[in-house]
Design a protein around this ligand. Structure first.
Ligand code: FMN
Length: 358
């Protein structure tokens, strides 16, 4: 099948990144409504989706490949991403109240590095509007829906847990799992929440809410996942892993974007404030997964994300200890063919059959 994305990318990259982002999302939603998406991407022809199913956190994932948080922040295109072949789609980050995010420009392509710098700042419609969007956009989606939650920019850190709790309660009915994002560099002070004491308190708070909410939701217990940064020291990762193990968190996502610029030094956008994603974060993200895997209770799954742009990159994450993987920046540079490659929908052997996969 010809790779239409090569042409689409040429056109999209003529626009500023945020305009291209909205054009793509809107275009995908329309193409999906017209039934064109799975035909155009070939995901209607999946060869053997059943063989790649995997159970993680008590949920059945159609394959190991998911959309990372931040691309569908408002939850408007869930089934459209499912039609591309994603086994799970993580929407958000959503905050309790809507907020516009940081002033523009706040998104930069570093094409030579297949990378992006963003300082979006959790621009999102708030939980109520996101849930309305999801009710429409998930129709026909048979994969797993993750909802990534955060705090409003004007909520002080001392009250941050109130925001996470409010979000968890609000999205409980709609989410298959919920990710507490403690690792965006674009909300002042957010990463300071990645300490053992706060993480323990956060996990205990959400677990107590789950005990209370589950009976009213037919016994459904929504897994709690924590997303961490690549900029933590190995020692800090180990300390957090010990706390996650003791608190019996359901999963860990490693990693978010990095504030390190070593790999892109000299690039004209290198000094833009924000999180760097794509190829430059790949190695560190894999290292964090490896450190986590060694220190974490073996029954707690890791979702590996950061710089995946090929099946080999994804395999590296799985061999380091990830049970599932996610992509964002790779999708921008490679297009839907990447999802087909990772999920094994292109006739090649997908990740599920890879040696070393758990
Ligand atoms: C433009 C942009 C916005 C993002 N927004 C979020 C977000 O709202 N919440 C979050 O947890 N991660 C967010 N991320 C981080 C990604 O989910 C992912 O962890 C990171 O980009 C590394 O993966 P990648 O190299 O495949 O992009 C964002 C990334 C990008 C590029």
């Amino acid at each position: 099948m010809p790779d239409f994305y090569k042409f689409a990318r040429k056109v999209l990259f003529r626009f500023d990144p945020e305009t291209a982002h909205h054009l793509t999302l809107d275009g995908m939603v329309w193409a999906h409504r017209l039934g064109l998406l799975s035909v155009a991407t070939g995901s209607c022809c999946r060869s053997n989706p059943v063989s790649s199913e995997i159970e993680v956190m008590g949920l059945r994932f159609p394959n190991r490949v998911g959309l990372a948080a931040g691309l569908d922040k408002a939850g408007t295109a869930v089934a459209a991403f499912g039609a591309l072949g994603f086994g799970h789609v993580e929407i958000g980050t959503v905050t309790p109240r809507p907020q516009p995010g940081n002033p523009k420009p706040r998104l930069f392509r570093l094409v030579e590095h297949e990378a992006i710098i963003n300082r979006m700042g959790f621009n999102n419609p708030g939980t109520a509007a996101l849930l309305e969007n999801v009710a429409r956009s998930r129709r026909g989606f048979t994969g797993v829906l993750g909802i990534n939650i955060g705090k409003n920019f004007d909520t002080p850190n001392e009250r941050a847990l109130d925001d996470y709790l409010a979000c968890y309660r609000a999205v409980y009915g709609a989410a298959d799992y919920v990710t507490a994002n403690l690792s965006s560099p674009n909300t002042k002070g957010l990463r300071d929440l990645q300490n053992v004491a706060t993480c323990r308190e956060l996990i205990a708070t959400l677990q107590a809410a789950r005990d209370e909410l589950a009976p009213a939701h037919g016994g459904k217990r929504v897994p709690i996942v924590i997303k961490i940064a690549p900029d933590l020291t190995d020692e800090a990762v180990r300390d957090l892993a010990a706390a996650f193990s003791e608190m019996k968190v359901d999963g860990v996502i490693a990693t978010n974007t990095t504030i390190d610029r070593a790999v892109v030094t000299g690039h004209r956008f290198a000094q833009e404030t924000g999180g760097l994603s794509g190829a430059p974060v790949r190695t560190r993200s894999t290292e964090v997964i490896r450190v986590l895997r060694e220190a974490l209770d073996p029954t707690i799954p890791i979702i590996g994300v950061g710089g995946i742009a090929s099946a080999a990159d994804a395999q590296e994450k799985i061999e380091a200890g990830a049970a599932l993987v996610q992509v964002y920046t790779g999708l921008v540079y490679r297009g839907p063919a990447l999802v087909r490659e990772l999920a094994g929908l292109d006739g090649r052997i997908g990740l599920a059959s890879s040696p070393g996969a758990c």
